[in-house]
Design a protein around this ligand. Structure first.
Ligand SMILES: [Zn+2]
Length: 384
């Protein structure tokens, strides 16, 4: 199994390569789009010889390494294919467009030795060198560097290593609007998300103010909206990165894998229900948290498993009876009368569904609720 991490670093990219690569992509697009046949449905009919002809044509006054032309053609084919998919769903614009001035750099175009990344620009005479040891936040325990993406002012670098995730204990997580609740091998712990909620709220207010402007200055307001959305996303992601890095370290110390809610199937309903901002934010939190935690754990050789979250905050983790809202965030079991916080109910159920009920959590609940254990059959004596 392979673990992957990506990092952005600031570099000054060769302007001529960026510009000419962009033009080559434009030319490739014009040529390849002629091979898109549209009857009822669109499809691409590009034969190997067409591709070779195009390649030879594009290479005529190309002074950079030849692989860039191959990478440009591949990237344009990918773009055209996704356009076709959209088109056949009735959702495409009239023609695909190349918008980004980015260069995809295949592994054949660079070498990596002693921490130095050496990217070939012009064959045997011009290189872009990046010393990765200067960036202490990039891990050094990787097996290889994957593909690179070069933009005008930055390089996105992907590092990979092979892993065999394994854990002897498990932690489950329930992500809400204002906190992440976890049961780390039965020990309940909460992580505060109020700062993140505040970030979202602040930008929401800003957006509402800008939208009022849109009647009079549509272009300015569009530009501002984009700017603020990007900033909001960056700040929110930054927060989530710090949190998931911290949690991944804690789990590594305890050699715990993660049990997370399987959110598939919930997706469509939430997207359509876009008016409910808090629900949307909650889902954003859950998805981003899960995504980041999983790949960070994988890098540390720890597994993640997903379990069905259905009724996880409404089922009693002790007796499987159904629980009803009691007071605030508290839930009460209609069968055994135990009262527990709903987030705690959720993580205990997730943990149970993933790995069986942790003894430690059981002991704490018994103590907290003033219950005692029936020595003869290990069942609980519930005070009535
Ligand atoms: Zn119960």
């Amino acid at each position: 199994m392979e673990a992957v991490k990506s990092y952005r670093i600031q570099v000054e990219a060769p302007k001529d390569l960026i510009e000419e690569y962009f033009q080559v992509k434009q030319r490739a697009l014009d040529a390849i789009f002629l091979h898109v046949k549209v009857s009822k449905k669109a499809h691409l009919n590009l034969k190997a010889e067409d591709r070779k002809k195009l390649r030879d044509e594009l290479l005529k006054d190309w002074r950079f390494s030849k692989h860039y032309v191959d990478s440009a053609i591949n990237s344009v084919i990918g773009l055209v294919k996704s356009w076709i998919t959209l088109h056949n769903m009735g959702r495409a614009e009239s023609k695909p467009k190349i918008t980004k001035r980015t260069v995809y750099i295949k592994s054949t175009l660079f070498s990596f030795r002693n921490g130095i990344l050496k990217i070939s620009i012009e064959p045997n005479k011009r290189y872009l060198e990046v010393d990765l040891t200067k960036y202490d936040w990039i891990p050094s325990d990787f097996d290889r560097v994957g593909g690179l993406i070069l933009a005008q002012k930055e390089l996105i670098i992907t590092v990979k290593k092979s892993v065999k995730p394994k854990a002897d204990k498990w932690a489950s997580f329930d992500v809400n609007l204002t906190n992440v609740t976890s049961s780390i091998n039965g020990e309940i712990k909460r992580y505060d998300l109020r700062e993140l909620y505040h970030i979202h709220r602040t930008y929401e207010t800003k957006r509402q103010r800008i939208q009022k402007l849109s009647k009079f200055k549509p272009l300015t307001s569009k530009r501002l909206l984009e700017k603020y959305s990007k900033r909001e996303e960056n700040r929110a992601k930054d927060f989530m990165h710090k949190l998931t890095t911290q949690i991944a370290r804690e789990l590594k110390e305890k050699n715990c894998g993660a049990i997370l809610e399987n959110l598939k199937g919930i997706k469509r309903r939430i997207l359509n229900d876009s008016k409910d901002m808090n629900r949307k934010l909650s889902k954003w939190n859950a998805r981003t948290f899960q995504f980041m935690l999983e790949y960070k754990l994988k890098w540390l050789n720890l597994p993640t498993k997903y379990v069905n979250p259905k009724n996880s905050s409404k089922t009693c983790p002790l007796c499987s009876g159904s629980m009803a809202s009691y007071l605030g965030r508290l839930m009460k079991c209609e069968e055994c009368n135990i009262i527990l916080d709903r987030d705690v109910v959720a993580v205990l159920n997730l943990q149970m569904r993933g790995e069986g009920f942790p003894q430690r959590a059981l002991d704490e609940i018994i103590e907290g609720e003033g219950l005692s254990r029936n020595e003869n059959n290990n069942s609980l004596c519930i005070p009535t």
